[in-house]
Design a protein around this ligand. Structure first.
Ligand code: ARG
Length: 470
């Protein structure tokens, strides 16, 4: 039970209390950030004349050796220390002696943990952005190849109007693009350094907070020391953004599950991304899509959990805040794993294009176009709507489709129908004529795809540029 405190205590901590209080089991993943923060801190302390050059050098060498030993397995982060901060400091002092005890000058674990979490989360934001970018590349590739792959578009899960696969995927491109913008936005808002806030009220040492912030790649220091140690907004924002990513993935998964069902058979999920049944030999299940859909709940849970943890906390630091880690880390891992696996599934999935086109033709998806045809012949839209309604009813009774009717049958309902109706309601025409910005008409679609290509090329290095400062 190695602790950094104890001077004012007369009794040992109860074992169960120690375990209940300890965070080493989960904050050990912050060791790199903790060491990086300490290196920046002592560099600044030496520049300010608070530590000597020799002390600075001894501490930094010691910290680097700890990091190396953790990474090469020589030093295991076990539970003998209560948290990662104690672990690093205890090992530093045992390695370099007296100088190690000066590391914590002008610092509290409150600003230390605030920094570690921020550094870690900043990295996660960048990684999530990179994964989303890969997903967008996959989506755009499918779009480019499928500008004329017809499929039904749905409302209320009922066939509505024909569209294309490029158009359908394009909707998801927009969603994940917005998710990336949210990453960037979060990065910009969170990229300020809390180190130097002390326990809550700064310190009396002449710290150069601008300098520490710069060393760690932040835009600058945070401006209120109480807020610095008790702000977890950036985590909540990131969890909210990840929840949104998961919601988008989950919707996409739901569609893939439907498309993969025996009834639709629009897609074939690659064998590497499906699983079988232990009893039913014919089964090939979309487990990955179902799991991604299912894991959405965990990420939402982390968001709700942290919001709830924070809601009643008085300023400044309270131990409740230690609860910002476990479920948050789980949400980071879950969301990133889901984006990666989903991307793998998507990039290997095959489409049954014939079936999709046949499905797009059935179900009166061309009824709106038939009404528009009558409008072009001078019939007011509301009347045209009524005429086509009667035509559809006639088709349902005869178990046929609009384009399969004879001209005489159509003229029996309205004398405005002429032989050009067949071309007007063909699948190709129905899609091709939809040329408004954002519509599935191939010419309109190609323009949007070109914009997306440009966006992906341009956006290439925004985070990289930030990285250069980090
Ligand atoms: N393990 C603690 C946390 O995660 C570190 C900060 C401890 N600060 C304190 N005053 N006990 O929040």
């Amino acid at each position: 039970m190695a602790q950094l405190w104890g001077g004012r205590f007369t009794k040992e901590t109860d074992r169960q209390v120690y375990e209940f209080n300890a965070s080493i089991g989960f904050d050990k993943r912050l060791y790199r950030q903790d060491i990086a923060g300490s290196i920046a801190h002592v560099t600044m302390l030496a520049k300010q004349g608070i530590l000597t050059e020799d002390e600075r050098k001894a501490i930094i060498d010691g910290l680097i050796s700890i990091q190396e030993d953790v990474e090469n397995g020589k030093l295991v982060i076990d539970d003998t220390c209560e948290d990662i901060h104690s672990f690093v400091e205890t090992h530093l002092t045992s390695r370099i002696g007296e100088a190690g005890k000066k590391l914590h000058t002008g610092r509290s674990r409150n600003d230390q943990v605030a920094l570690d979490m921020r550094l870690y989360t900043r990295e996660q934001v960048c990684m999530t952005d990179a994964l989303l970018k890969q997903l967008l590349e996959t989506i755009l590739h499918v779009m480019e190849e499928n500008v004329e792959t017809y499929m039904p578009g749905f409302t209320h899960l009922q066939k509505a109007q024909p569209t294309t696969l490029a158009h359908h995927y394009g909707a998801y491109f927009e969603m994940f693009k917005r998710d990336r913008l949210r990453m960037r936005d979060i990065f910009q808002r969170m990229n300020y350094c809390p180190l130097g806030a002390g326990a809550l009220a700064g310190t009396t040492y002449p710290l150069d907070r601008d300098y520490t912030a710069k060393l760690l790649g932040f835009y600058g220091p945070t401006l209120n020391s109480m807020d610095s140690v008790s702000d977890r907004d950036y985590l909540i924002e990131f969890l909210a953004a990840l929840s949104m990513v998961m919601m988008h993935l989950s919707r996409f998964c739901e569609e893939i599950i439907l498309w993969n069902s025996n009834e639709y058979r629009f897609v074939e999920i690659d064998d590497a991304f499906s699983t079988g049944s232990s009893i039913m030999p014919q089964k090939k299940n979309p487990d990955i899509a179902e799991l991604v859909r299912g894991k959405t709940g965990r990420v939402y849970g982390a968001l709700m959990g942290l919001l709830t943890t924070m809601k009643g906390l008085p300023l400044a630091y309270n131990k409740d805040m230690q609860e910002d880690k476990e479920t948050t880390f789980d949400a980071f891992d879950t969301a990133q794993g889901c984006i990666q696996l989903f991307n793998g599934m998507l990039s290997t999935m095959k489409f049954h294009k014939e079936r999709m086109a046949v499905s797009a033709m059935n179900g009166f998806t061309n009824a709106t176009d038939a009404a528009d045809y009558l409008v072009n012949k001078g019939v007011p839209f509301r009347d045209a709507h009524g005429i086509i309604g009667r035509l559809v009813l006639y088709c349902i009774e005869k178990d046929t489709s609009i384009d399969a009717l004879s001209l005489e049958e159509m003229q029996g309902i309205s004398d405005k129908f002429e032989s050009d109706i067949y071309d007007a309601v063909s699948l190709k025409t129905c899609v091709e004529k939809r040329l408004t910005v954002g519509a599935p008409g191939p010419e309109a679609m190609k323009k949007v795809i070109a914009l997306h290509r440009e966006y992906l090329a341009q956006e290439e290095d925004w985070f990289q540029k930030q990285d250069e400062n980090i």
